[in-house]
Design a binder for this molecule. Structure first.
Ligand code: GLU
Length: 511
């Protein structure tokens, strides 16, 4: 075996649509656990259900993992000794395992047609059984290899019409296992149905493929969402039936809606106006937002996600991937649902933007601007990022909130102008304007020297001059420090903008 501790974990998504943010968290916890223990992080694509297969979903999953930097040690693209890593490419492997369970008396063939199954459900409902299952109370009244004689069964198996294999669940037994998150979990087998493990087309169902693959891939820990907890009873039984050691299980808490009520769903994204998918996803007419396209840094999303259901054991909130790996342990995963707090994710993004060295942001912002047809050189972008860094939440804000660096404002905060502008100061504004025009070197100190010097020398108040200058330059009261911004905008632009803004604003006073 390839690694020291023999820790082998897998992220096993089904390519039935885009990866939900909860899936990313599952991948992240698996990744952290593997890295912490010098283990192996495996990607396995569970694509046995052809009906639910969605074109592009696997690429989406791979791209999302890549964006987050959750590199796999083994997987469909990475390769590895336990491949193939797509269940559709392992098709031929499963049937013999299902048949071996029949041979051992732990599974049986069933021949019921869809109509017969419907009739059974109806019959049961009429009897007051509201969630009829193919289980111990029912199986002996159905058509299967337990109720038909051997000859007839063999004939039906040979005809292969509606033939499936079901697990034979023992009666009234406690299935007990220890979950690394929840402690001891027990199910009574009377609650369990005789799950289908092999379908008529010879394809395994999730349960069989999952167990066979976890076993043959030597998975040591199954770390997955809470929605799979109830399947685990079946899985534990299957390990016993096969006579295999079972992996350890850890079921992660649900991610809840921002209201705290109910599981976060893909529709919540549109409803609350935030992304629940890592990357954008188009489904026919519907476009689902992605964290990436919404201007989040992948590190910030990871940091936000890791704390949805786990904590490092102290009050640290900002954790690099390396720190997460060091601190990670399954016993600090919580049992209760974790509320998805979008404001917190924005806060993380802000913190990460502030902490990212400007030089690293330059190419990202450059690309953003050039996508918006804004031309700027690296030095300019560098200075602009320094000025804006503390004021942005998303990468996109480097475009959305920086337009005044490039273009004259097309809208003005008239209210503030009306409030602050005094006609008797007109000549002062003219003098400041002239002095700026006469500056031979154009930088923050010179600009500030002119404006502040003039205000002081003439016994004016900053509050009657600076807000006006700001509105002239940016259109509003918001924005980064005024003088360095003016320095960056450049002398020619400042001069021409001053004039045109002043004209527009004075006109509004007349109305
Ligand atoms: N294919 C399952 C899913 O889509 C995997 C569950 C598991 O990890 O066992 O989540």
């Amino acid at each position: 075996m390839s690694n020291k501790d023999n820790i082998r974990v897998r992220f096993a998504p089904s390519p039935t649509g885009p990866l939900h943010i909860g899936g990313v968290r599952t991948a992240l916890y698996n990744y952290l656990f593997a890295k912490k223990h010098n283990g192996t992080f495996i990607l396995r694509i569970e694509d046995t259900d052809q009906n639910r297969y969605v074109e592009g979903a696997e690429q989406y999953i791979q791209e999302a993992l890549q964006w987050f930097g959750l590199d796999t040690d083994e997987g469909p693209d990475t390769g590895g000794d336990y491949g193939p890593y797509r269940q559709s490419e392992r098709k031929g492997l499963y049937a013999k395992y299902a048949v071996s369970l029949v041979d051992k008396g732990h599974a049986y063939y069933a021949f019921d047609t869809p109509e017969e199954l419907d009739a059974m459900r109806l019959r049961e409902q009429e009897k007051g059984n509201h969630s009829p299952k193919y289980d111990g109370s029912i199986r002996m009244s159905m058509r299967n290899s337990l109720t038909l004689d051997k000859q007839e069964s063999e004939k039906l198996i040979a005809e292969n019409n509606n033939v499936i294999i079901r697990l034979l669940i023992p009666e009234n037994e406690e299935v007990v296992f220890t979950d690394e998150v929840r402690g001891e979990v027990a199910f009574n087998t009377n609650e369990l149905d005789d799950k289908v493990i092999l379908k008529n087309d010879g394809m395994p169902t999730y349960h069989l493929a999952n167990i066979v693959d976890d076993h043959t891939m030597a998975i040591s820990h199954v770390i997955r969402g809470e929605e799979w907890l109830s399947s685990t009873a079946h899985h534990v039984l299957m390990y016993r039936f096969f006579g295999w050691d079972r992996p350890k299980f850890a079921h992660l808490p649900l991610i809840m809606k921002p209201t705290g009520k109910g599981k976060l769903s893909k529709r919540d994204g549109a409803k609350f106006g935030f992304p629940v998918f890592p990357l954008e996803w188009r489904d026919g007419e519907d476009l689902y937002q992605g964290f990436r396209e919404d201007g989040y840094l992948s590190e910030a999303v990871i940091n936000f996600l890791v704390l949805l259901g786990w904590n490092p054991g102290d009050d640290r909130e900002m954790l690099s991937l390396g720190e997460m790996i060091d601190a990670f342990s399954l016993d600090r995963i919580v049992k209760s649902g974790a509320k998805f707090d979008i404001d917190k994710s924005k806060w993380f993004n802000q913190q990460y933007l502030i902490n990212t060295p400007t030089l690293k942001l330059v190419p990202i912002v450059k690309e953003l601007l050039s996508n918006k047809s804004v031309d700027a050189n690296d030095d300019f972008i560098n200075s602009m990022i320094d000025l804006m860094k503390e004021r942005v939440t998303f990468i996109d804000d480097f475009y959305v909130k920086t337009k005044f660096f490039f273009n004259d404002p097309d809208e003005f905060d008239n209210k503030i102008f009306r409030k602050k502008y005094k006609a008797e100061n007109a000549s002062h504004f003219q003098s400041i304007f002239d002095k700026l025009g006469n500056l031979s070197s154009w930088n923050t100190d010179e600009i500030s020297g002119v404006v502040k010097g003039y205000v002081n020398d003439n016994g004016l108040k900053f509050g009657e001059i600076l807000p006006i200058v700001r509105v002239l330059m940016t259109g509003s009261m918001q924005g980064p420090d005024l003088f360095p911004s003016m320095a960056l905008i450049g002398k020619d632009k400042v001069i021409s903008r001053w004039e045109s803004s002043m004209n527009s604003l004075l006109q509004t006073l007349d109305n």
